[in-house]
Write a new protein. Sequence first.
Lengths: 172, 182
Amino acid sequence: MSHSLAVTVLGHDRPGIIAEVTGVLAELGGNLEDSSMTLLRGHFAWTLVVAADADPSEIEARLAHLVAEGLVVSVLPVPDADSSSTSGSPWLLTVHGADRPGIVSGLTGVVAAAGGNITDLTTRLGTGLYLLVAEAALPTGTDVEALQARIAEAAAELGVHATLQPADVDEL
Amino acid sequence: MGIVDGRIVMPPLPEGRVLPVVTAPAAVLSTPCVDVDPCDPGVVQLAADLLATQRVSPGCVGLAANQVGVGWRVFSLDVTAHPKARITHGEYVLVNAVVESASRNEKSREGCMSVPDFTGDVKRASRLVVRGLLPGTGEEVVIETDAFEARALQHELDHLAGFLFLDRVVGPHAVFPRQTYL
Ligand SMILES: [Zn+2]
């Protein structure tokens, strides 16, 4: 019976990593589900969930050449999750300002205190400029204006600029 | 004067100076600018300076006053040569401009001289009517435009309201480090 595995691959970027990992997974009968890959300060960073019969150690063994070249590879079983379990309405939190410790924890802390769940997050450090863009699911009935005021307050304390606005969905 | 053959006819301006462009996270970029007297000599000089700065900056199609560190509601624009532009009104500066109407949102990737490290996908109206004053005379003009000029106008008016395109990106996967290809 197939089970869900979380595969993470991190390290020095070069062409071909995704093709090699998916090649191994395909040979072992794995079915790729959700995945997200980006470059984080030039480091290859990929997390994916795969449905497979294979043993995690078997997959790791087949990816050993990547570990040998310095990449971090892990394969861990994860429980099957309901992918549509997030409730509430989608909102977009945008924060930018001078880099300093505590921006992400400060702003996401305000969202968490309101019962909001971050469902997607990107942070980037530019030249002296820190940027956070997050999608958050807010519980039905959230007093958004009050939350926006608390976000503005937290942002002012951190000396950054923050906005919380509805994540537009254009139904076609 | 005003708009002739679809082009804004600018009143004569003094010689412009090229000013340094401020980059985020400068506070002036996140602070709403204030309305000013379009006939004030300082405003007229600023108009000339914005145009001079815009002209020497490669790829720059618009510049808001707070991008050169001045908190006044003044911006310059010139999308004439841009491949994505349809209607264009030439090279001009508007003072105290406001959006009269906006419709037909479209998503496109934007960059900004004040945010040199990132680009981002932003949804903006592609049909736009903007009303503003010309520096020097204070004459009112109404600009009806579309496509890239509409986008550029909204980008500049956002600057004057204290917003960067970063505040308007459509999601966490809509902001990109500017790639440097070797
Ligand atoms: Zn800009």
